[in-house]
Design a protein around this ligand. Structure first.
Ligand code: ADP
Length: 252
């Protein structure tokens, strides 16, 4: 269980203090998948950075299994938009890096299964500069999946991928989630992705980000999502919220 109470994050800048997140209350039950959606600059990445332990200077309380965030003790998988790969390590070495850093035994069969499912098996000995952007993104995804984290954090993990690859990566994520039920919080700007991949959808207001609404999503993982009436209603509900704020918003 992840519990967030009264989380407020401020940045000090030369132009003064910027409040990025304001009074966020949220809990993520074990095995829950929460999609965070909101306009650019509303603090989505800030929230992920707090949960990943990258930002430790905040007001409020953030607990993972009752303990303050500590990436050394908790298994936190983080998939960032800029991939975070080490250029001098091969695809395979990058993919198992999370376990290596923790000094843990690498389950090679599982690592190879994930690389295969991500279409990376044939390029395991390549270096990141020999890969396309989409392939690098998939290595970052592989690294987090191979770690089997207690908490998986994803910042627009599929947005750099073309539509077909994106859909197959979403399905792979759901397959892996069904197997391991990893608690996940992911940021997306795609309403459709939030509806397909999120159990719950949390909509944030424009900066400073507050929680505007929480939607229990009945359409999670549903095939032929777009054919459902509920899809239309939830889509419109979110769209309206984002538009009412005059927020600049776009769909994938
Ligand atoms: P999002 O991910 O939703 O686009 P961010 O979390 O990146 O939003 O940013 C939230 C707000 O905090 C924005 O106004 C942004 O300009 C500001 N911000 C983010 N990082 C920093 C930083 N390191 N220093 C100062 N301001 C920042």
């Amino acid at each position: 269980m992840i519990s967030i109470k009264g989380l407020t994050v401020k940045y000090e800048t030369s132009g003064g203090i910027v409040t990025a997140l304001s009074d966020i209350d949220m809990s993520i039950a074990d095995g829950d998948i929460v999609a965070i959606i909101g306009p650019s600059g509303c603090g989505k990445s800030t929230l992920l950075h707090v949960l990943a332990g990258i930002i430790g200077d905040y007001e409020g309380q953030v607990l993972i299994k009752g303990q303050p965030v500590n990436p050394r003790e908790q298994r936190i998988g983080l998939i960032l938009q800029d991939y975070g790969l080490l250029p001098w390590k091969t695809v395979y070495e990058n993919a198992v890096l999370g376990l290596k850093i923790k000094g843990e035994v690498i389950d090679q069969v599982y690592a190879e299964y994930i690389l295969k499912r991500l279409g990376l098996a044939d390029m395991a000995s390549r270096y990141p500069n020999q890969l396309s952007g989409g392939q690098r993104q998939r290595v970052a995804i592989a690294r987090s999946f191979i770690l089997k984290p207690d908490l998986l954090l994803m910042d627009e993990p599929f947005s750099a991928l073309d539509e077909i690859t994106r859909e197959s990566m979403q399905d792979l994520f759901l397959d892996i989630w069904r197997q391991y039920k990893v608690s996940t919080l992911f940021v997306t700007h795609s309403i459709e992705e939030a509806i397909y991949v999120g159990h719950r959808i949390v909509v944030l207001t424009p900066s400073p980000g507050r929680i505007q609404d929480r939607i229990d999503n009945p359409l999670f993982g549903m095939d032929d999502l777009r054919l459902s009436d509920d899809f239309y209603h939830i889509n419109m509900q979110i769209r309206r919220m984002l538009k009412e704020d005059g927020a600049h918003f776009y769909e994938a």
